[in-house]
Ligand binder design. Structure first.
Ligand code: HEM
Length: 401
């Protein structure tokens, strides 16, 4: 391949290993236009430009700030335009954003987080007990069910309703690669389900985050659409991301036996290892849409009001100007910090919870299966065809020798 040609930015080869294409873009077209169905978007790939974009005061998150072309193109997607699902903090700016974020942030109390740590360990132990080896898929057996169970606990979804909730969530997940019509149907059903859950919390309050938010709504701090939208955001933002952190993180260990042995001999290093897993092969490919509210210049490119912008977090996290020898998996490295949880006002609210779940899952797998190895050639792993997320459909392993 000529040095002057960018490797493809779509398709299975890119999904399996997007890093060579990102390296090319950082060197040759660090802020570039990419074609999307129905419109074009800016793609930002260097670390420094990514930080500028994620923290820029003249870039809005509200979809209403998007250009007419972007709005027309994205109207096909059911998620961005329904008041009952879209009026959450990731689509809000300024005072509305701060209010919604504060409400959720204050519901992540130290007591609730301590309870979730205990619960994440209990759920992990139970899931690992059920693996009956000698081979297993650690996505279906652990990485997928753990986060959805924790989110159901957090939102206070009654046990009897969990299968329905799981079903709708799995259709919407990009890991399921569902059809648009199916997604629209599941989104309808989930919107109704969440409205019903909010009503239930009014009559039967529980010790959960949604009950806290319902109480705040009685004081006029959050309205009905914002309540269901926030529950929806927590489900979407907190589920697949964590599935991918556990899956991609375990894969990094399986492909780096020397580092895995170091971790086994010093388990206290687990948080640092998870930090490097987030940098090396993080769950979020691109941050969510941003739109200039006035002309802005980023990386030497002028962007006009409404033009949609994506920031490649995967690319920024492999930028050699921020991380020496960026393609090496090197826990405890200097440089960064990584951008896997974003940066600035929309920095991930659930970062601490994700860390708790990953520590329970990855720590327990290492402890319980000292001979763990990959059961397939890495080239045979299949990756989600998602524009936003990076994760695998399955992770087949041999549990014993
Ligand atoms: C490894 C797991 C996770 C990763 C990599 C991740 C990543 C991110 C990123 C990159 C953003 C910023 C997006 C942007 O600026 O466009 C974000 C925002 C957010 N995340 Fe996470 N996330 C994870 C887990 C979670 C969990 C477990 C929850 C909650 C249960 C959560 C809730 C949120 C929320 C509510 C926001 C919006 C914050 C705002 O708009 O102010 N995330 N996350």
């Amino acid at each position: 391949m000529s040095d002057n040609l960018c490797p493809p930015l779509f398709g299975p080869a890119f999904d399996a290993d997007p890093y060579p294409a990102y390296a090319w873009l950082r060197d040759n077209a660090p802020v570039t236009r990419v074609p999307l169905p129905g419109c074009q978007a800016w793609l930002v790939t260097r670390y420094e430009d990514a930080v500028v974009t994620l923290t820029h005061p003249s870039l809005a998150k509200d979809p209403a700030a998007g250009s007419p072309e972007w709005r027309a193109a994205s109207l096909g997607l059911p998620l961005d335009h329904r008041p009952g699902l879209a009026r959450h903090m990731l689509n809000a700016d300024g005072a509305d954003h701060s209010r919604l974020r504060r409400l959720v942030g204050s519901a992540f109390t130290p007591r609730r987080m301590a309870g979730l740590r205990e619960r994440a360990q209990e759920v992990t132990d139970d899931l690992l007990d059920r693996l009956d080896g000698p081979e297993a898929d650690l996505i279906a057996g652990l990485a997928y069910p753990l986060p959805i169970t924790i989110i159901c606990d957090l939102l206070g979804v009654p046990e009897a309703d969990r299968p329905t909730f799981h079903h709708h969530a799995s259709v919407i997940d990009s890991s399921a690669a569902s059809e648009v019509a199916q997604i629209a149907e599941a989104t309808d059903a989930l919107e109704k389900f969440l409205a019903g859950l909010v009503a239930l919390k009014r009559t039967h309050p529980g010790d959960d985050l949604l009950t806290d938010l319902v109480r705040r709504s009685a004081q006029g701090e959050i309205d009905e659409d914002e309540l269901t939208s926030t529950a929806f955001l927590l489900l979407i933002a907190g589920h697949e991301t964590t599935v991918a952190l556990i899956g991609n993180g375990l894969l990094a260990l399986l492909r780096h036996p020397r580092q895995a042995a170091e971790l086994r001999s010093d388990p206290a290093r687990l948080p640092g290892f998870i930090d490097e897993m987030l940098r090396y092969d993080g769950p979020v490919r691109n941050a969510t849409w941003r739109f200039p509210t006035e002309p802005v210049v980023i990386g030497g490119q002028e962007m006009l009001p409404g033009e949609p912008i994506l920031v490649s977090l995967l690319s920024a996290n492999r930028d050699p100007s921020a991380f020496p020898d960026p393609d090496a998996f090197s826990p405890g490295r200097t440089g960064g910090p990584h951008l896997a949880f974003g940066r600035g006002p929309h920095y991930c609210v659930g970062a601490a919870l994700a860390q708790i779940e990953a520590e329970a899952a990855i720590g327990s797998v290492l402890r319980r299966f000292p001979e763990l190895s990959l059961a397939v050639d890495p080239a045979d792993l299949t990756w989600w065809p998602s524009a936003i997320m990076r994760g695998m459909f399955s992770l087949p392993v041999r549990l014993y020798g």
